[in-house]
Design a protein around this ligand. Structure first.
Ligand SMILES: C[S@@+](CC[C@H](N)C(=O)[O-])C[C@H]1O[C@@H](n2cnc3c(N)ncnc32)[C@H](O)[C@@H]1O
Length: 394
């Protein structure tokens, strides 16, 4: 039977639908084991990462035209080239500097960064990749070994956080793929949104929030200076700051560059954002029903960058800057990358111009995606953070 979606979405093909049903079965079993409901963070974790079944853990196409969404490195090589330019100075100044990329997706960012660092004579000792998805890890290995055979021995995949890292840490759209808690504020307290199974359909139920979540929500209210209105729904990422603290622990000297859809806490928890920041992507349609299509749709939640800045400060990191993606690319040298634009064939000019638009225009990723730069120790500050820094808004 075909499911009638509340949003207008294309029907999944038979193979995808069967895969989603298997993933749903796995989640139903977890709900049963847990006595009737699981937190939304657990649901999101299983829908994205259940072994062999979750969206990132299994073989769905995910990126690009035939997938569900596009990311900056999939749109244009220019993104990776500017990231490389901004990393080169740090890699040169840190003895034994390596690059550590989290969640490398299809491997395209690694490909462009390595190619450009090679041209700039600033190759890292190692290009380390931490990837939770076995499927994506395989795709990354295939792409990088095919395209960069001469650099293959520098590229390695890690199974766990390294004991120490010096150089650059990079993550594009990884924080927004970490599971979030959802909450609802009521007059008598903070409630956790949980997922239950009602006759084969996933539904939200709520229960008084456990202490960690209630305290996190109350701390946000104290920070923004007001209690959320009754029935206000939003998300809190407990995972993103914890992830950053883990990364900070191993960074001895160097820079962390994090790119993601996100805003400052004040904007994140504005009164009119009373349904939160969760987005779901299926075949290039964005919608807000996370409980359908488990295992075959992407689930993401925008990032509260103030929480990232706080975790950085707690971990003794300095903030180099917080800028829009557009600002990062413009101040970071995209113009130098386009210096031969006039000499390009017209088709390449049109393609490049369209890519630059998507990467930099305010209505697109240009403004919605932000980059926060963090540092440990004495490193040169990349030019990308020289102007229009918004750290004061965090
Ligand atoms: C939205 S995709 C972004 C992929 C890629 N960075 C890009 O820009 O195209 C999220 C990526 O993060 C990975 N991921 C999620 N949690 C992770 C974690 N804790 N450590 C490392 N990778 C993770 C996913 O498997 C996936 O590769």
């Amino acid at each position: 039977m075909q499911h009638e979606y509340a949003v207008s979405l294309p029907q999944p093909d038979a193979i995808s639908a069967a895969h989603s049903e298997r993933c749903a079965g796995y989640i139903r079993a977890r709900i049963h084991d847990a006595g009737g409901s699981i937190s939304f963070a657990e649901f999101m974790h299983y829908a994205l990462y259940a072994p062999g079944l979750g969206y990132y853990a299994a073989g769905a196409r995910k990126f690009g035209d035939a997938g569900d969404f596009v990311t900056a490195p999939e749109i244009s090589p220019l993104f990776g080239r500017v990231v490389a330019r901004q990393s080169a100075g740090v890699l040169r100044s840190v003895p034994g500097g390596s690059l550590l990329e989290f969640g490398a997706g299809s491997g395209r960012l690694a490909l462009e960064v390595l190619r450009t660092l090679d041209e700039l004579d600033a190759l890292p000792v190692e290009y380390r990749i931490m990837e939770v998805s076995a499927d994506l890890r395989e795709r990354q290995q295939r792409l990088l070994h095919e395209e960069l055979p001469g650099l293959a021995e520098r590229i390695c995949w890690l199974d766990r956080m390294p004991d120490a890292h010096r150089g650059v840490v990079l993550a594009n759209e990884v924080l927004d793929a970490l599971p979030v808690e959802r909450f609802i504020r009521r007059k008598d307290g903070v409630y956790q949104l949980r997922v239950a199974d009602e006759a084969g359909e996933f539904v939200f139920v709520d229960e008084p929030a456990p202490g960690v979540l209630a305290s996190a929500v109350e701390a946000i209210e104290t920070d923004v200076g007001a209690r959320f209105p009754d029935a206000y729904v939003s998300e809190v990422s407990l995972a993103a700051p914890a992830w950053l603290r883990d990364v900070a622990k191993v960074l001895e000297q160097g820079m962390i560059l994090l790119f993601d859809y996100g805003v400052s806490r004040r904007d994140y928890y504005a009164d009119d954002r009373d349904e939160g920041w969760l987005r779901c992507h299926f075949r290039h349609r964005a919608h807000s029903d996370p409980l359908i299509l488990p295992g075959i749709q992407d689930l993401t939640a925008w990032v509260d960058f103030s929480a990232i800045a706080e975790a950085a400060a707690d971990s003794g990191l300095d903030i180099l800057g917080y800028v829009s993606q557009s600002q990062f690319l413009l101040a970071g040298g995209i113009d130098a990358e386009l210096s031969d634009f006039a000499g390009m064939p017209i088709e390449s000019q049109l393609r490049t111009a369209a890519q630059v638009k998507i990467l930099t225009l305010p209505g697109e990723m240009g403004e919605n995606v932000k980059c926060i730069g963090l540092a440990r120790g004495d490193i040169p500050r990349p030019a990308a953070f020289d102007s229009a820094d918004r750290t004061h808004t965090l």
